[in-house]
Design a protein around this ligand. Structure first.
Ligand SMILES: NC(=O)c1ccc[n+]([C@@H]2O[C@H](COP(=O)([O-])OP(=O)(O)OC[C@H]3O[C@@H](n4cnc5c(N)ncnc54)[C@H](OP(=O)(O)O)[C@@H]3O)[C@@H](O)[C@H]2O)c1
Length: 287
């Protein structure tokens, strides 16, 4: 089996490469792809092959994908350019004769009002229209997205959000990375769309309780309305686009778009998903 992994210099990609090796894929059968040669070189010690390729560079993608059987297409981090970038990777996969693609998408990407869903929906449509065998992993949020909130809570004594009573069924990056490896190394997966989420979901009060336990002092949930949230973010120096994005995402959470705990992810990886508090503990210990 030979597997090419895009986004391998990223946080999820690195973990996916480690889990592929842990699940028996020979390092020499893995091609780690990223834009940055120096970051790719950090993977040399694991024995994997590496290839530098930007999603905009068709020739580099062709060279990177040549001879591979499976492509792990980790969604790009360049919001707004992703559908085109992923389209380039899909075209290159077809040209290279790749049989199968595993793509990391977003929860209910085909039907969700989540502000990040449209690019994932477009990518899923390109994949489904291609001759490739497709497995879609619709990842819910990473626990790690909230490490900075822990830092802010440590400073201010509060977790501030406009999520209302909305819940997030997050899991750790490592959980999602292990699911990639589980799917790639199993023959029973192909043509499926998996909605991956944590075993449990949490809300703002739960976050504050977890932060209280981790930090060892009281943290409150400061629940604010969207308009007030926007003003607070603006006055903290966030640009208009970023502030609007944060408030819109909180609105998506308030609307329940990231709720929906599930045992699909834990079933794939064969263990419970990582609770939010464990990720926060790890972050606090590392800071
Ligand atoms: N579910 C969630 O909560 C959540 C949260 C954040 C992101 N995401 C999505 O999940 C993906 C993986 O997450 P992550 O934490 O691993 O993100 P990350 O650490 O930012 O990694 C993103 C990867 O995409 C690569 N990339 C970006 N633009 C590229 C381009 N033009 N050509 C080639 N490669 C390019 C980056 O390469 P370089 O190293 O060269 O920059 C990096 O390897 C993200 O990219 C995003 O789509 C999901």
């Amino acid at each position: 089996m030979s597997v090419v992994v895009t986004g391998a210099t990223g946080q999820l990609g690195r973990l996916a490469v480690s889990h592929l090796i842990a699940r028996g894929v020979a390092p020499a059968d893995i091609v780690a792809v990223g834009r940055n040669g120096e970051r790719l070189a950090e993977l040399d010690a694991s024995g994997v092959r590496t290839a530098v390729a930007d999603y905009s560079d068709a020739a580099a993608l062709d060279a990177a994908f040549a001879g591979a059987e499976t492509l792990v297409l980790i969604s790009s981090s360049e919001v707004g350019q992703r559908a085109a970038q992923h389209g380039n990777a899909i075209d290159a996969a077809v040209r290279a004769g790749i049989r199968r693609v595993v793509y990391t998408s977003a929860p209910h990407a085909n039907s969700s009002a989540l502000i990040l869903a449209p690019e994932h929906k477009a990518t899923e449509e390109l994949l489904q229209a291609s001759p490739l065998e497709v497995t879609v992993l619709r990842n819910n949020w990473y626990n790690e997205n909230y490490e900075s909130s822990l830092g802010q809570a440590a400073q201010s004594g509060a977790y501030l959000a406009s999520t209302g009573q909305g819940r997030v069924a997050s899991a750790s990056r490592d959980d999602y990375a292990e699911a990639i490896a589980a799917v790639v190394t199993s023959d029973v997966h192909g043509g499926e769309v998996y909605e991956l989420a944590g075993d449990t979901a949490w809300d703002g009060e739960d976050f504050a309780a977890a932060a209280t336990e981790v930090l060892g002092r009281p943290i409150i949930f400061r629940s604010v309305e969207p308009g007030e949230h926007l003003e607070i973010l603006r006055s903290a120096g966030l640009d208009e686009g970023t502030a609007g994005f944060v408030v819109a995402l909180d609105g998506n959470i308030r609307d329940g778009l990231l709720d929906g705990p599930s045992d699909v992810l834990s079933g794939l990886i064969g263990r419970p998903t990582t609770p939010l508090i464990d990720t926060l503990r790890k972050a606090a210990a590392a800071s």
